[in-house]
Design a protein around this ligand. Structure first.
Ligand code: UDP
Ligand code: MG
Length: 310
């Protein structure tokens, strides 16, 4: 009999958990010859998420398990901890807010069972109910990152996916501290099939992803999976060097051709100093972003800390 592990990161989801569990149970109980285990990860919630999970575990001690963090470590860390705890032949990762439709589990399982694919992912084809500016920025993000990174990031792909044990082990073997799952799932390779669906809104609670937070997340994703910004610093430096060479030559020629001419205005000089200074700071900042990542990684801190596990 095959075993399916369901990994669910939860952060302040006391309202969603009681809706999520029966909805998923209804679907997985219809699949024949399948053993199911749940791994909920309480990512340092401040509400009653943990007691909800304890209650579920006490009711179904064999089926429902949880890992509870000592504080909020972020969804990426929660995913890693959840995957680490699983023992199933297949593992599916899903959000607790039912934005990842449970009905897909049957289709995913049927597809992955054929052995043709290592991963069945999902992809949102629209972003109904979301701010225009958010959709616009997100489209631009996919456009840019796919231009400058060797790792292909599929537009609209969700973390909601079913993977084989082999692929899960590959994901777990990437122990980097700054985790960008969208990139990691694609980086490990394997054959992935995408199921398309329309955006669904949260059942309960609120997302804590503001546009600004998403923007920062996108920038981190770029720094994690591309070195193009570092090359940008090199190109900016080279460009301004060439322009200044041309400038010097022009000044010398003018001096020779018109020996009595006055100096050029100081305003243009100030602008130039500001421009060069700005470029330098920008480049240092870009380098700093990567140095920061090296710094964090070199500390070898754990990705998460568990306070309680059942
Ligand atoms: N989540 C988490 N830690 C966090 C933030 C979110 O584990 O710090 C979980 C959250 O409980 C949910 C999933 O990650 O199950 C997706 O979060 P959310 O719905 O807020 O994001 P969105 O669907 O808007 O991308
Ligand atoms: Mg959500």
């Amino acid at each position: 009999m095959d075993k399916l592990s369901i990994v669910v990161p939860c952060f302040n989801e006391e309202e969603a958990i009681p809706l999520f569990f029966p909805a998923v149970e209804k679907v997985v109980n219809q699949i024949n010859d399948l053993l199911v285990e749940y791994w909920f990860v309480n990512d340092g919630s401040e509400d009653d998420t943990l007691s909800q999970l304890r209650r579920l575990h006490n009711k179904y001690p064999e089926r429902v398990h949880y890992v509870s963090f000592s504080r909020n470590f972020g969804k990426e860390a929660a995913l890693y901890a959840g995957l680490n705890a699983t023992s199933g032949d297949f593992v599916v990762v899903m959000d607790v807010d039912l934005q990842d439709p449970p009905e897909f589990l049957t289709k995913m399982y049927d597809s992955i069972k054929t052995g043709e694919y290592d991963c069945i992912g999902t992809r949102r084809v629209d972003r109904k109910g979301e701010a225009k500016i958010k959709s616009f920025l997100s489209n631009q993000f996919y456009h840019v990152i796919n231009k400058i990174s060797q790792t292909n990031i599929v537009p609209g792909a969700r973390d909601y996916r079913m993977m084989t044990r082999q692929m899960v082990n590959a994901v777990l073997s990437l122990k980097e501290y700054d985790r960008f799952s969208k990139g990691i799932f694609s980086w490990v390779g394997f054959k992935t099939k995408y199921l398309d669906y329309h955006n669904v809104e949260r059942v309960a609670g609120e997302t804590d992803w503001s546009t600004w937070k998403l923007f920062k997340y996108a920038m981190d994703g770029i720094a994690d999976f591309s070195q193009a910004p570092l090359s940008l610093a090199v190109w900016l430096g080279t460009g301004s060097f060439i322009i200044s060479l041309i400038g010097i030559i022009l000044v010398i020629i003018r001096r020779i051709v018109e020996p009595n001419s006055s100096v050029f205005g100081w305003a243009s000089l100030v602008c130039l100093i500001l421009l060069i200074g700005g470029l330098q700071l920008l480049c240092i900042g870009i380098v700093g972003k990567y140095v920061g990542r090296v710094y964090m990684q070199s500390k070898h801190r754990p990705i998460y800390i568990i306070k309680e596990k059942q």
